[in-house]
Design a protein around this ligand. Structure first.
Ligand SMILES: Nc1ncnc2c1ncn2[C@@H]1O[C@H](COP(=O)(O)OP(=O)(O)OP(=O)(O)O)[C@@H](O)[C@H]1O
Ligand SMILES: [Mg+2]
Length: 247
């Protein structure tokens, strides 16, 4: 996945000021940075949940190019195709409260892909097994722990068979022990070759699990590199200052 010179403003506020990023297949990239620096906005731009004003996004043979003009039906079509390759997980789980865990996972493959019920359910059970939730498949989200809900949300995203997974602070609402269950799922996906981009405040995870860590500040990427470099020996003073406050 590649993003080039992504720019985005909300009214007078320039939230992204030319953000470029290239993520290799199977890589795990962590994005860190202070609150309000544009991490979530950038992540949302990557699958066009937010429409960038300028810049381009290329992934899985789909290219979206923006030059400040009108968002066309062709753009919409491209964004739709892009999203079919990209799964997204949010801090707040966003499961459907009125559906069982299993039905949460079955829903999109049934409705969007028209998969037969039996096949969708079998696939869903395989995914629930994978994230360690097979035994709670019939329960409703409200009866699960936060960590279980987040693993269900990951399974739900995986049900659409994405090649790329985006996570916006997937463990920020969780206590450290429960967070570890979620991070373990992400590590497993990494071993299986999934491409993953994670906005996180969990420096330990960023340092231990990432191929690349990106430091964002003020709507820009300040520096990026392997965790041993960026988290241990950053070159930019802003990165150093940030790491001093969080480590
Ligand atoms: N829909 C919106 N309309 C107006 N301003 C927005 C909108 N979304 C984000 N912003 C502003 O853009 C800036 C960047 O927000 P963003 O959520 O991307 O930051 P962040 O790095 O994810 O922060 P945090 O670590 O707190 O989640 C903030 O100043 C925010 O108020
Ligand atoms: Mg955010």
């Amino acid at each position: 996945m590649k993003a080039e010179h992504i720019a985005k403003r909300f009214g007078d506020v320039e939230v992204l000021r030319g953000v470029s990023l290239q993520v290799g297949r199977g890589d795990l990239v962590s994005i860190i940075g202070p609150s309000g620096c544009g991490k979530s906005t950038f992540l949302r731009c990557l699958n066009c949940l937010e429409i960038p004003d300028h810049g381009s996004i290329t992934a899985m043979g789909v290219r979206i190019e923006r030059a400040g003009g009108r968002w066309t039906r062709a753009d919409d079509h491209a964004a739709h195709r892009l999203r079919s390759h990209v799964g997204m997980v949010f801090q707040s789980f966003n499961l459907f409260a009125h559906l069982s865990v299993l039905d949460n996972i079955v829903l999109a493959p049934r409705v969007v892909k028209g998969e037969p019920a039996q096949i969708a359910r079998e696939q869903a059970m395989i995914l629930l097994e994978k994230v360690g939730l097979a035994d709670v498949a019939r329960r409703y989200p409200a009866t699960l722990s936060g960590g279980q809900q987040q693993r269900a949300a990951i399974a739900r995203a995986l049900a659409m068979r994405p090649e790329i997974m985006l996570y916006d602070e997937p463990t920020s609402a969780l206590d450290p022990i429960v967070a570890e269950e979620v991070l373990a799922v992400m590590r497993t996906l990494d071993e299986e070759g999934m491409t993953q981009i994670v906005v996180t405040h969990d420096m330990r995870f960023a340092q231990q699990a990432s191929d690349t860590v990106i430091y964002m500040d003020g709507g820009q990427i300040i520096e990026s590199g392997p965790p041993d470099m960026l988290c241990v020996n950053p070159t930019d003073e802003r990165t150093r200052r940030f790491l001093r406050t969080v480590l």
